[in-house]
Ligand binder design. Structure first.
Ligand code: PRP
Length: 205
């Protein structure tokens, strides 16, 4: 039997499971979408993206920070050659009234003119971020511009936007995990969970 080295992980079934800190799980009211359901849906999306973009110059544009986990799995479900770029926008906060004003904190590294751009989002809420980004990128003359989002909260929509692919439509609840945060925490949960109200509204117990 191989000896365990303190600095090297041994590959076995135990190591293959996602590691979740138990101190984070106690704030989750319930699991809305399991890790397995997410991975199954991402495989579907990857296959559809393969079909649509075969032979095309595909550029995935991930909107930081929430979409990091999603894009990491999605790009591995896509088998055709493609590139990845990142964009960071200012956040106006989930609890504040949305102004529709979006500020670019980090722009793309590469031009998108003539390329097939696919925006990757973790969640669409009011739609303001996406409406702004769509306008911004259309002006750069890509060959095409489409959107894939893991989650959509259609009941919160304030502006009309066009989504090409949606992983899951979710109810108007405080969702966290798999990239989505509350106060920058919980992004590491491998599932989409509903946050306990007492965590974001202290005194509501
Ligand atoms: C989230 C999400 C979208 C935006 C959607 O980002 O990733 O970019 O909000 O909201 P909207 O439809 O109301 O515009 P957030 O600002 O929370 O930043 P983060 O990704 O860094 O968590």
């Amino acid at each position: 039997m191989a000896e365990r080295s303190p600095g090297v992980a041994t590959v076995n079934e135990e190591n293959a499971r996602p590691i979740v800190q138990s101190s984070l799980c106690q704030d989750v009211e319930r699991v809305l979408i399991s890790a397995e359901e997410i991975q199954d849906r991402i495989l579907d999306l990857g296959r559809q993206i393969d079909e649509r973009y075969t032979g095309k110059d595909l550029l995935l544009i991930a909107v930081l920070k929430g979409s990091v986990v999603f894009v990491a799995d999605l790009m591995r479900a896509i088998s055709i050659p493609h590139e990845l770029d990142f964009l960071a926008t200012s956040s106006y906060g989930a609890s504040s009234v949305s102004t529709g004003v979006v500020r670019i904190l980090k722009d793309l590294n590469e031009p998108i003119e003539g390329r097939h751009a696919l925006l990757v989002e973790d969640i669409i809420d009011s739609g303001h971020t996406l409406a702004y980004l769509t306008r911004l990128f259309r002006a750069r003359n890509p060959a095409s511009l489409e959107v894939v989002t893991l989650l959509d909260k259609p009941t919160r929509r304030e502006v009309d936007i066009e989504l090409f692919w949606t992983g899951f439509s979710v109810p108007n609840e405080f969702v966290i995990g798999y990239g989505l945060d509350f106060n920058q925490k919980y992004r590491n949960l491998p599932y989409i969970g509903v946050l306990k109200p007492e965590v974001y509204e202290p005194g509501s117990e």
